[in-house]
Ligand binder design. Structure first.
Ligand code: AKG
Ligand code: FE2
Length: 332
């Protein structure tokens, strides 16, 4: 099904794109139950073209399930450093699964060392198949960690596919547009822990340095501590205040490229000066490793000529990781 959401505006009629000081909250129930997909698509279009970020509510993932994943995540990060380092991401080669210590991945290496620690899992494979596809590393004697985090990952894959239907509709594409590019998509389920920072906090060390996400779509659960900051089109930082029961959704570079900058993959960062430990659970989904992403014809006009060359999803994503992971940099 295609719908006429995208007006083909004469370039002379274009005005400066609206900026924002608040990230919109979108109720996605009518998208999920099919009762009014287009009204949700319209809200998605506004959010992604103006802010690149939105909160979603009524997403169908039970609150106590999300809380139980936060609970095992907290318990994981409380393990002794030696146990966590036994699961270090460097041991997974290019599958990029496992534990990353503070300063082990610096998302904005020109400015910032990242204080966060992370744990990454992805689609389970018995052997290393290539970048992003291999075996997960699991902590021993912690079966509920594996069960809950992997179960959460599966639920996120399903939710992401539904959200991508809404994004396709918002671009006047058939709702299954992304499916053909996502037969075996790269996905990463990440757990994050941000220790609080006290005293003087400068740009050289913060929770996570300013970055755009690399792939298609991110679904983030955050606890109630706060500290996420999002840059708007004017270059101002806006707080991504926690809203109970919602996920924060943002698009990554690949959707910005696909839409020729009509949709924005915002810069964002985390600065945790709350005095409390902060935990978040981002999920990232992309396209297949070999999928080619090139600007949509409908997003190219005389005033907005082609801005990007086609890239393959895997090459783009791996390149961004190689620039930020200490262990990949060492491997040369
Ligand atoms: O923890 C957060 O709120 C944001 C995390 C993030 O931006 C990322 O992992 O890419
Ligand atoms: Fe991010």
């Amino acid at each position: 099904m295609t719908v006429d959401l995208v007006a083909k505006l004469d370039d002379k009629l274009r005005a400066k794109r609206e900026s924002f000081d608040k990230i919109p909250v979108v109720d996605i129930a009518p998208l999920l139950d099919g009762s009014d997909k287009l009204s949700v698509a319209r809200q998605i279009r506004w959010a992604l073209s103006n802010t690149g970020f939105m909160y979603v509510k009524n997403h169908g993932i039970p609150r106590d399930f999300v809380d139980s994943v936060f609970d095992v995540s907290r318990r994981f990060f409380e393990l002794p450093m030696s146990e966590k380092m036994d699961l270090h991401v460097g041991k997974s080669d290019v599958a990029l699964r496992g534990y990353i210590e503070p300063f082990g991945e610096n998302t904005d290496p020109t400015k910032t060392k990242d204080l966060k620690e992370c744990f990454d899992i992805g689609p389970e494979r018995s052997t290393l198949e290539g970048p992003f596809f291999g075996a997960n590393q699991w902590p021993s004697d912690f079966p509920e960690f594996r069960e809950l985090t992997y179960g959460y990952h599966q639920k996120m894959v399903d939710l992401a596919k539904k959200l991508l239907k809404g994004i396709a509709l918002s671009l006047d594409l058939p709702e299954n547009h992304f499916e053909a590019l996502m037969r075996n998509p790269i996905s990463i389920q990440r757990l994050l822990h941000y220790p609080p920072q006290r005293g003087y906090v400068g740009e050289n060390i913060i929770g996570i340095g300013a970055h755009t996400d690399y792939g298609n779509l991110t679904i983030l659960a955050q606890d109630d501590v706060g500290g996420l900051q999002v840059m708007n089109r004017d270059g101002d930082w806006v707080e991504g205040t926690p809203i109970p029961g919602t996920f924060v959704i943002n698009i990554g570079d690949l959707v910005q490229r696909l839409t020729n900058d009509v949709y924005l993959a915002n810069m964002h960062r985390v600065v945790n000066t709350s005095g409390r430990e902060r935990y978040s659970i981002p999920f990232f989904i992309d396209a297949d490793f070999d999928a080619t992403i090139a600007p949509l014809a409908s997003c190219v006009t005389a005033a907005n000529p082609v801005r990007y060359k086609p890239v393959t999803c895997g090459a783009h994503k791996f390149g961004r990781f190689a620039a930020s992971y200490a262990h990949l940099a060492k491997a040369g």
